[in-house]
Design a protein. Structure first.
Length: 135
């Protein structure tokens, strides 16, 4: 989309991000973690051996969808979490259990201030590209 640019999350993985969404320093213990934020959106990405399969996600209007992202099967979950973040209760999360890289998985969770942010987050999650795959 206009005003969006493709950003390398970690070597071989990229996403399209809207203007104003900037990286924030993070450190993962047993995986590669990345975080991006704007005034109304927070995106956290975890890439490694472990990942949240999102089976415990709950909230108002919970929707679970099996989708495909860049040729990989994924679970997309959206809901409103009024008990979570007061300023960012709209959640969109994605789990990709098989990136074609052995046992490595990806989980991304976005929290937004509004339904518009949640829709924007879904677009970001669907824009993920996995450029390096190994049989």
């Amino acid at each position: 989309p206009a005003g969006w640019s493709r950003v390398v999350i970690v070597e071989g993985i990229s996403a399209a991000l809207p203007a104003g969404v900037v990286p924030v320093e993070t450190a993962g213990a047993d995986s590669v973690t990345r975080e991006y934020r704007s005034e109304s959106l927070q995106l956290s990405i975890d890439f490694g051996w472990y990942g949240d399969p999102l089976t415990g996600a709950e909230g108002e209007g919970l929707v679970r969808r099996s989708i495909e992202v860049d040729g990989c099967a994924a679970l997309l979950v959206t809901y409103r979490d009024p008990g979570g973040s007061i300023t960012r209760p709209y959640v969109a999360a994605l789990h990709v259990p098989d990136l074609g890289r052995g046992t490595l998985k990806l989980t991304a969770v976005a929290r937004g201030s509004s339904e518009v942010d949640q829709e924007r987050a879904v677009r970001i999650l669907r824009s993920l590209r996995f450029d390096e795959r190994h049989p």
